[in-house]
Design a protein around this ligand. Structure first.
Ligand SMILES: [Zn+2]
Length: 84
């Protein structure tokens, strides 16, 4: 694991920047790296800001769910982002 100076993290004022730094450090997944948990969905998750969640972020999927003998539908999976 890469060394991270925690005081640097807490000097970053913007939560947004912290998240993207953590992505840079490889501590959390980058956008489009996490597969959607829905098995029939081909999508990958992307991190979005969401003030209604505790950490202020959530994962959204915008993939397509293939259904047997039915029309494919757009995935609307939302996952609450938890940092720790
Ligand atoms: Zn999905």
């Amino acid at each position: 694991m890469k060394f991270i100076n925690l005081t640097n993290i807490f000097q970053w004022r913007d939560m947004n920047e912290i998240i993207f730094r953590l992505q840079d450090f490889g501590l959390i997944s980058k956008d489009h790296q996490l597969k959607c948990p829905i098995e029939s969905c081909d999508g990958f998750l992307k991190l979005f800001k969401d003030k209604s969640t505790i950490d202020g972020f959530r994962w959204n999927c915008s993939g397509t769910i293939r259904q047997q003998k039915k029309k494919s539908i757009k995935c609307t999976k939302r996952l609450i982002y938890q940092m720790f």
